[in-house]
Design a protein around this ligand. Structure first.
Ligand code: ADP
Ligand code: ADP
Length: 221
């Protein structure tokens, strides 16, 4: 994926992004920056939920604003405000989302169980989501993002509100999932990604301050 000179301004005139460039291959991109840096705005653009005001995003060389479908078919997205239906079991909820996402019903059941297994929730599959901890809910969020076996997984501030143990577990999960995919994970907490990110992008006030290997950031500091 290539991000070329992306800028974005909200309708109220606030400039949330300016001239952001990124070149991304398989691995984990840690998008690091304080609240208000523009991380969520950038991730919504990468997930084709918003169009850049200037610049462009390329996926396999194709402009994602002009032709979003090619990327969407290969995209898993966990938004920051992901919510679950508390009355449903994890399996029921994912089966519902699989239907919404258009997974063929003959493969959906098996895929739901696979995804619950990948995030360590096989045992809890039939329990109501209302009784899940914050960390378990976030893993449900990852499971739903994996339903279509995405090549690009975008995860927005997944560790907010998690305790240290759940946060560590989440880090291991993300590392396991990277493999041949590109995972983009935003956070304002350095320890969430310093060990696992293959690439770091540091943002502040809508601008990219650094892009490169984590070691290079340490060397620069
Ligand atoms: P981050 O995810 O890094 O916290 P955001 O992308 O959410 O940053 O926000 C970037 C900037 O844009 C912030 O200053 C934020 O207040 C502003 N912003 C976010 N959403 C809106 C909106 N809908 N309208 C106007 N400004 C917004
Ligand atoms: P995030 O995913 O970082 O929470 P949001 O879009 O939900 O991004 O909002 C981030 C910040 O942007 C919020 O703190 C809020 O104050 C500000 N914001 C959101 N919507 C608007 C808006 N319509 N006008 C001005 N500021 C907004």
């Amino acid at each position: 994926m290539r991000v070329e000179g992306v800028g974005f301004r909200y309708p109220n005139g606030h400039e949330a992004l300016a001239g952001v460039d990124l070149a991304l291959g398989p691995g984990i991109l840690g998008l690091l920056g304080p609240n208000g840096a523009g991380k969520s705005t950038l991730m919504r653009i990468l997930a084709t939920l918003a169009k850049p005001g200037s610049g462009r995003v390329l996926w396999n060389g194709v402009d994602t604003a002009a032709r979003p479908d090619a990327l969407r078919a290969e995209l898993g997205y966990l938004p920051q405000d992901f919510g679950v239906y508390p009355a449903l079991s994890a399996r029921e909820f994912l089966a519902y989302l699989a239907a919404v996402k258009g997974l063929p019903s003959r493969v959906a059941g098996e895929r739901v169980d696979e995804c619950l297994g990948m995030v360590g929730l096989a045992e809890a599959a039939d329990r109501r989501l209302g009784g899940f901890s914050g960390g378990m809910r976030q893993r449900v969020g990852i499971a739903q993002a994996l339903l279509n076996d995405p090549k690009l997984l975008i995860v927005d501030e997944p560790t907010v509100g998690l305790d240290p143990e759940e946060r560590l577990r989440f880090r291991h999960l993300i590392t396991d999932l990277a493999g041949q995919r590109l995972v983009i994970l935003s956070t304002h907490i350095v320890s969430d990604i310093e060990a696992s990110a293959t690439t770091l992008a540091v943002m502040a006030k809508g601008r990219r301050l650094f892009h490169g290997e984590p070691e290079a950031l340490v060397a620069q500091a």
